[in-house]
Design a protein around this ligand. Sequence first.
Ligand code: FMN
Length: 328
Amino acid sequence: MQIGPYKLRNQLVLAPMAGVTDRPFRQLCKKFAAGLAVSEMVSCNSALWGSQQTLRRMDHEGEVEPRTVQIAGADPVLMAQAARFNVERGAQIIDINMGCPAKKVCNVMAGSALLQNEYLVKQILDAVVTAVEVPVTLKIRTGWDPGHRNAHSIARIAEQAGIQALAIHGRTRACAYKGEAEYETIRAVKQETSLPVIANGDITSPEIAKKVMEFTGADAVMIGRAAQGRPWIFREIEHYLATGELLPEPGIEETRTIMIEHLNNLYKFYGEYTGVRVARKHIAWYSKGHHNGAGFRQRVNRVDSIDEQLCMTHAFFDSLSAAQEMAA
Ligand SMILES: Cc1cc2nc3c(=O)[nH]c(=O)nc-3n(C[C@H](O)[C@H](O)[C@H](O)COP(=O)(O)O)c2cc1C
């Protein structure tokens, strides 16, 4: 897939997830074949740009290109400023968030709530596209509730504004994360628009990724929650799309290596205090479904130092290895 001047290595995109897709996680997913990894959203409220959280969100050091930053807000002038600010700090693609169901992003109606106001959508897209030289992409839901699926008209507005790719989550805003994502709307939009379309929602396996691509005709698929604790899902999907074969899940020792490297990168990025806390949720995702995972999570959530967190994690994997050897 091509976005402006950037030819992606494949059709696989890591979804932006606030609190998850920080630089260490994006780098990890790109290492495992994600063709594009969108950063956590940066608010258009410039008062927050000096905050440690925002500065971290704008840190792209060492990141594989293209570097995509998502911005969120509802004021066209502020959104244009936010886009320029991020491009000056290294963003190579700006993504606009109109997909987040939170009632308030940036203390104003934003995210997917904007889909109700097509005039404002047009103003925001025009302002941001005009403000920067880099490609601008848009992420939306199918509409604001099942009776108002206006992804078609948003796609037309996006096309006219010069947006270069459109990611669509197959749920409406009112659906939040309930029920199953539907792909009919994505398919219908893809048939009408000339924009590259990225299909998103409930893609949890290589087989589903292939089915969704075939059904919708989308140019790419975007994966969010299924990459939590399973960054190798991109490698699995890439391999399956190329060969039709399913790769085996990583074994215990490979999982340990991936996880320990991920934790060390979190400590380096955030420092000990925040790094240990951010690492807890990743540890929980990696250990889900493993023998004695629940007990391990309870214990590891109580420790505050890097040494203890790493030591417990190694002990957990040692016990998994030992159990596997016994069973063999
Ligand atoms: C923890 C979390 C944080 C999210 N944050 C954002 C965000 O900042 N911007 C955005 O556009 N979507 C956000 N989303 C939505 C995802 O990008 C994606 O559209 C949604 O999870 C559906 O894809 P999935 O079924 O593959 O998870 C978030 C989702 C989750 C689970």
